[in-house]
Design a protein around this ligand. Structure first.
Ligand SMILES: [Zn+2]
Length: 506
């Protein structure tokens, strides 16, 4: 059995105006052919695919086409989109010519938009289908913050979403390929029903381990206990994707039982809708309160979540709002603050270690949210480059130029490339800073606290503005279909009346 493997992923934030380019993907590694498998064994969806193949006991040849991943950010450039379309076409055509294909493990994000293209994954899936025809099954693995579109549904046979937030991408790869091998070897007939739910929400209730998201995701797992159900996956779209078909979704795939798929898709959609107000509950406190509370704690590390500048949600990492409050409030505790700024990284690198420098910090990428702040400090360390990390789907990250810059009790790590801001303690360690020496660490994420968790005493969410802010009402939405709850009141919505597709439900 020959199975092609494609992994191309980026999560787009439409409120970050900085384009994501091929160079951004290159900073995280674009791999083709055999290198894909060598580099990613044990990592992410590609690693999960390899594990599922190994565990299957079947004779499977994986034909790796391309793996490209970039951290969340602004829309991808048209060049990057065209480049990947070219690689998909050439790779699949060559694979067909060299011995045919029995299936495609397609691993995309689902919330990627490009310059002039709202639905990148729909276009990619359609291209794969065009080349492979109807007889080669395509199983699509997605981030569950995906925006599902009709084009995506029409061009794939089955769908697998991440089961947890924080995501276990390896698990998604295992499940997706296991399902694909089953479809091919047992000649299953996957049958899909899906519902679009007119809902957006901030990410404060996005953890699947508690609250309404747990209720919704647990129900999907319970439905999968029925052997007729191949997959039930929920998609609470990440809240900064402003696209023509934007909104939450749920997908149910059965083995050739359309009526059952329709019924269960209704059930999952109606359950989600019944929880709509619980998804909107906000826990974040004002910036000043967050800084004062952290400063007053007796021990650390107190993690302050900069929700508005979440780099894992596609913000640019250039917010100085918490830094400004820390300086103005004259905090006494030692604090770690990350900042992504190519200009500042260059200026401080050129100034050199030991130099005292006054410069403007922040607002490089999203000036409508942040005003540059004048700061004086001392360059402690100049470094950067490629840093080895322990992460679910990545073994290294390129920081570009990076500088440790001390401003009173505040230690800034200023990096040139998007990287992962200061969300992983080992990035500081690689720059010679021991996070345990600090009481406070600002992280540029609103959900992914797992990296700091072993050394965290408390997490405080700061209600910061920015491209990832919790206040979804004041974001400049332009393209998302209206009405959408809670931007407008939507009173009488029911899943059964909203079916995009066959409408076979009673
Ligand atoms: Zn996600």
């Amino acid at each position: 059995m020959r199975i092609a493997l494609i992994h191309i992923a980026q999560e787009t934030n439409d409120f970050n105006p900085v384009l994501t380019t091929l160079e951004d993907y290159e900073a995280f590694g674009i791999f083709e052919g055999a290198e894909t498998l060598e580099r990613l064994r044990g990592l992410g969806q590609v690693g999960g695919h390899l594990q599922a193949v190994e565990d299957s006991g079947l004779t499977v040849e994986t034909v790796p086409i391309i793996r490209a991943w970039a951290v969340a950010g602004g829309r991808i450039s048209r060049d990057a989109f065209d480049y990947f379309q070219g690689k998909i076409r050439a790779g699949l055509e060559a694979a067909l010519a060299q011995g045919g294909l029995d299936g495609l493990a397609l691993q995309l994000h689902g919330a990627c938009a490009a310059e002039g293209i709202d639905d990148v994954e729909g276009e990619q899936a359609a291209l794969c289908r065009e080349i492979l025809g109807l007889d080669v099954p395509i199983v699509l693995g997605l981030d569950h913050h995906a925006n599902i579109t009709q084009k995506t549904i029409d061009n794939c046979d089955a769908f697998v979403g991440h089961r947890t937030q924080p995501h276990d991408t390896f698990d998604t790869g295992v499940i997706g390929t296991k399902l694909l091998l089953k479809i091919v070897s047992e000649k299953l007939r996957p049958t899909t029903a899906w519902r679009k739910i007119p809902l957006v929400s901030h990410q404060e209730q996005f953890l699947t381990s508690k609250g309404p998201m747990q209720v919704w995701f647990d129900r999907a797992r319970a439905l999968e206990a029925d052997p007729r159900v191949l997959q039930a996956s929920n998609y609470p779209m990440q809240p900064w994707l402003d696209v023509a078909e934007g909104g939450w979704s749920t997908i149910v795939v059965t083995n050739n039982d359309q009526a059952l798929a329709e019924q269960l898709a209704d059930e999952l959609a109606d359950l989600c809708w019944s929880l709509r107000d619980e998804f909107q509950v906000r826990e974040a406190v004002s910036i000043d309160d967050a800084v004062r509370m952290a400063d007053a704690e007796t021990q650390g590390i107190v993690v302050i979540s900069d929700t508005g500048d979440t780099v894992f949600g596609g913000a640019a990492g250039d917010s100085n709002l918490i830094l400004e409050a820390m300086i103005r409030l004259n905090i006494q505790s030692r604090a770690l603050v990350p900042l992504i700024s190519p200009d500042a990284a260059r200026i401080l690198t050129e100034a050199g270690e030991g130099a005292t420098v006054t410069l403007m910090l922040g607002g490089d990428a999203a000036p409508e949210f942040f005003t540059p702040l004048e700061v004086t400090g001392t360059v402690r360390t100049v470094g950067g480059g490629i840093i080895e990390i322990v992460d679910g789907h990545q073994s290294e990250v390129n920081l570009g130029q990076a500088v440790i810059f001390d401003v009173g009790p505040i230690t800034l790590m200023i990096t040139e490339l998007r990287g992962l801001a200061g969300n992983l303690p080992e990035l500081y360690e690689a720059m010679g800073v021991e996070p345990r020496d600090y009481k406070i660490a600002v992280v540029k994420t609103a959900s992914n606290f797992q990296y700091f968790a072993p050394i965290t005493s408390r997490v405080i969410r700061a209600d910061t503005s920015g491209p990832g802010q919790s206040d979804v009402f004041t974001l400049p939405w332009k393209r998302i279909p209206r009405p959408v709850y809670p931007l407008e009141p939507v009173e009488d919505w029911r899943a059964v009346s909203s079916q995009p597709g066959s409408g076979a439900s009673a």
